[in-house]
Design a protein around this ligand. Structure first.
Ligand SMILES: [Zn+2]
Length: 65
């Protein structure tokens, strides 16, 4: 949930402005707003998926050897 340091309170997504700004002081508080899907994906999640694919690929290779 977005936190505004200026007002020292949390805001629900519907309580913020359309741009993800604080309705009281206008500070930008929603880091997720305006980012693409790719930028929202954490790097460690991509690493986990890559490792999982490599592991499953290895298991399939072992099955046929
Ligand atoms: Zn504020």
């Amino acid at each position: 949930m977005p936190w505004c340091e200026e007002c020292a309170r949390y805001f629900t997504p519907t309580a913020m402005t359309a741009n993800g700004d604080c309705p009281s002081c206008g500070r930008h508080i929603d880091e997720a707003a305006g980012l693409s899907d790719d930028e929202k994906t954490p790097w460690h999640f991509k690493l986990l998926v890559t490792a999982l694919i490599a592991y499953l690929g290895w298991r399939i290779i072992v099955l046929f050897v």
